[in-house]
Design a protein around this ligand. Structure first.
Ligand SMILES: [Zn+2]
Ligand SMILES: [Zn+2]
Length: 345
């Protein structure tokens, strides 16, 4: 049996329990999980705010661990390999999207690594657990010498910000403004800097200034400040990582003509926008959802090469409920990661 932390109703609480993983298929791998990040989407799914919650639910989709069992046709991995599992646990493998590595846009619908059903209609349980079973295609190889705990948040948070930075061709000569310095934002600052861009952090809270500068930001801009005036019409891209309702018009003046604001956070309420802030300047608003398996593998290698790493607060499983409350209040620097070792005892 697999030891888990689950919740039975929207809102929780989470408590220790056990579930049964599927039997190992020929190309499946069993991973002993060591760490799992806590992503804001865990809370969104568990609150049933989008009406898609499947209960009982075992959240968690930023898993890292070690390969402990192999199906007899597994070719890509061997026992003991450090690996990660992100949001994507299955897809058809055959449609146009899957063929080009965009499994998250599989025409059959991709299978989330938690809060989804498998082909037999059974609920898929996520990574707040002692082990996970997945087809080898959906595993992300991790560097053998890496400290695993800070890698966990890359599996969802990392790819969520890396993919749009690549899509909008961030690099030397571009100016990127990261909106929100949280779990996603603090990774976005590091990735954009590592890609060679000039990075700004837009934040209303003064207390994250030092961290933003330490992680590679050139400046922190707040509305109605001198720095805001200075950087107006300078940005090629605003990466909006805020997960609460907010007014987009506040930040659009930072974009240069034809600049893009890309949403990656998932607020559960509508955002406001004053249309002239978009029209004057030919500006665009875009969205971006995680990234495919090949892109996730590339992102992990890039992060390792450039020293991009999540800043984490490591907690024990007993602390998950408290951590959720604190995350809801934005009280974490910058990602909670659960140490799962005690679950296997
Ligand atoms: Zn996530
Ligand atoms: Zn497909």
């Amino acid at each position: 049996m697999t030891a888990v932390y689950q919740l039975d109703n929207p809102g929780g609480p989470l408590y220790p329990s056990v579930v049964q993983r599927r039997p190992l298929g020929r190309t499946d791998v069993r991973v002993a999980l060591k760490y799992c990040g806590i992503c804001h989407s865990d809370l969104v799914a568990a609150s049933n705010a989008l009406g898609e919650g499947l209960f009982p639910m075992v959240p968690g989709h930023e898993m890292v661990g070690e390969v402990i069992e192999l199906g007899d046709a597994v070719s890509e991995f061997t026992l003991g390999d450090p690996v990660g599992i992100g949001c994507i646990a299955d897809s058809c493998g055959d449609c146009g999207s899957c063929q080009v590595g965009d499994e998250h846009y599989c025409s059959q619908g991709f299978m989330l690594s938690f809060n989804s059903r498998d082909g037999q209609g059974n609920i898929n349980y996520g990574g707040y657990s002692s082990d996970y079973v997945v087809d080898q295609h959906y595993l992300i190889p991790l560097p053998k010498d890496a400290d695993l705990a800070p890698m966990a948040p890359l599996l969802c948070g990392g790819i969520t910000v890396y993919n749009p930075l690549k899509r909008f061709e961030v690099g030397p000569g571009t100016v990127v403004c990261v909106l929100g310095m949280g779990g996603l934002g603090h990774l976005a600052v590091q990735f954009a800097r590592a890609m060679g861009a000039t990075v700004l952090v837009a934040s209303r809270s003064e207390d994250k200034r030092d961290d933003a500068l330490r992680l590679g930001a050139e400046a922190v801009v707040a509305p109605d400040s001198e720095s805001f005036q200075q950087w107006s019409w300078q940005c090629d891209l605003i990466l909006d990582t805020i997960s609460n309702p907010h007014d987009l018009s506040t930040w659009l003046p930072l974009l240069k003509r034809n600049g893009k604001l890309c949403l990656v956070g998932v607020p559960t309420e509508s955002l406001s926008l004053f249309p002239a802030a978009l029209v004057f300047g030919d500006k665009c608003i875009a969205g971006s959802l995680i990234g495919g398996i090949a892109a996730t593998r590339e992102m992990v290698a890039f992060a390792h090469e450039h020293g991009v790493s999540a800043e984490i607060e490591l907690i024990q499983p007993e602390g998950i409920n408290d951590a959720w409350t604190r995350l809801e209040e934005g009280d974490v620097r910058y990602r909670f990661v659960i140490d799962l070792a005690s679950l296997s005892d």
